[in-house]
Write a protein that binds this ligand. Structure first.
Ligand SMILES: Cc1cc2nc3c(=O)[nH]c(=O)nc-3n(C[C@H](O)[C@H](O)[C@H](O)COP(=O)(O)O)c2cc1C
Length: 143
């Protein structure tokens, strides 16, 4: 792909989503992302979201505009967007990773830092972290 962009944003959930609503949202989001050539991952922890979208810049921006208008979350903050040589999540149209155990303090502290002081290094670490957590563990479920 010639014009590959990665966008990372953080937001706060407006309310809990019922399991059925979440399933339906993921199904539709994945279908749309696939049709737009978008890949990425969505991390859900402590009432907050971190999402990474990657694809052609026009598609990524369009997707982000749509997501930004969604009333199910707010305080939407674009932490980073910029070109990348290759996608970090080429096999996932939208991996969903949730903190299903007790709050993971180390992860929360890191993500607070990312939100307050984003830098190329913390963004790189965040992408690596999502990749690691997506692998699944006792406290982080992934699908
Ligand atoms: C945290 C969060 C992440 C989302 N991620 C995506 C996404 O990656 N792709 C997408 O198309 N919609 C995503 N959505 C859903 C959109 O905001 C929006 O609801 C949907 O695109 C509306 O289309 P629909 O009426 O066909 O469901 C997300 C919503 C939330 C709350």
């Amino acid at each position: 792909m010639s014009d590959l962009q990665c966008l990372l944003y953080m937001s706060t959930a407006a309310r809990d989503m019922a399991p059925d609503e979440l399933d339906a949202m993921l199904l539709r989001a994945r279908a749309r992302n696939q049709s737009m050539g978008i890949t990425g991952a969505l991390l859900h922890y402590g009432g907050r979201f971190v999402q990474i979208l990657e694809g052609e810049s026009a598609s990524v921006e369009q997707c982000f505009q749509r997501i930004s208008a969604d009333k199910r979350h707010g305080e939407i903050t674009r932490i980073h967007s910029g070109p990348v040589a290759a996608p970090s999540f080429p096999d996932w149209s939208m991996r969903y990773v949730v903190n299903a155990g007790p709050p993971d303090r180390a992860v929360v502290a890191f993500l607070d830092e990312l939100q307050c002081r984003p830098s190329p290094e913390t963004v790189r670490q965040a992408i690596a972290l999502l990749g690691r957590l997506a692998g699944g563990s006792a406290d982080w479920q992934s699908r």
